[in-house]
Design a protein. Structure first.
Length: 208
């Protein structure tokens, strides 16, 4: 018996089986089931997406750089927030291009410190203008919290920029500059427009 009507396929089977297992040990309201569905779907999509990206990274020989990039990007994204693709195929394509193409370019291109400094400055200006960028599902109506997140995102960005310059000849430098660029991309209003998603969603909510 199907519990979640989300269509056929491996994702539906995984979600149905997981929800069925959880319901054996607890009783959930319809609202709680909806939240569980959202969380489980997120885990499934993230896991399957990462498998594909890691296989591609192995073929390209950038597994270490990918692992480091995932770490540094998620640190700055935690405060800067940013765009989330609504459809799984969009997420896969967007993530693959961002996490594979951008670091690969910086690993192979022989750029000067001056270029890195310019890119870093542009990214930090972007954080000043656009961070944190919320979503419909995760709005940020509290002005004070938005300011705090903006400041922390800028500080993290400056730290990344400094270390990318200090360790310019190290493998970590392209990773740090890639993390800066990725965060600048996901908070940019143009990306939201490209994927037809609303921007500044906090304006539709009252402040806490």
């Amino acid at each position: 018996m199907t519990i979640i009507k989300i269509g056929d396929g491996m994702k539906a089977k995984f979600m149905n089986n997981t929800i069925a297992f959880l319901k054996k040990y607890n009783t959930y309201s319809d609202y709680e089931i909806e939240k569980l569905e959202y969380g489980i779907e997120g885990v499934y999509l993230t896991f399957t997406k990462l498998i594909f990206i890691f296989i591609a990274a192995m073929c390209l020989g950038i597994v270490l750089e990918l692992i480091a990039l995932l770490f540094f990007f998620n640190v700055i994204r935690y405060t800067g927030f940013g765009f989330h693709a609504e459809k799984s195929y969009q997420c896969l394509i967007f993530s693959s291009l961002c996490f594979l193409l951008i670091p690969l370019l910086f690993i192979n291109l022989e750029l000067s410190r001056g270029v890195y400094i310019v890119i870093s400055c542009l990214c930090i200006i972007s954080y000043l203008l656009f961070a944190p960028a919320d979503t419909v599902k995760r709005p940020l109506p509290n002005k004070k919290k938005r300011i705090i997140r903006k400041v922390i995102t800028i500080i993290i960005g400056i730290i990344y920029a400094i270390f990318s310059i200090i360790y310019f000849n190290s493998w970590i430098s392209p990773v740090l500059i890639s993390a800066l660029i990725l965060q600048a991309i996901v908070i940019n209003p143009l990306v939201y427009m490209l994927f037809k998603q609303p921007y500044n969603n906090y304006k539709n909510y009252k402040s806490d």
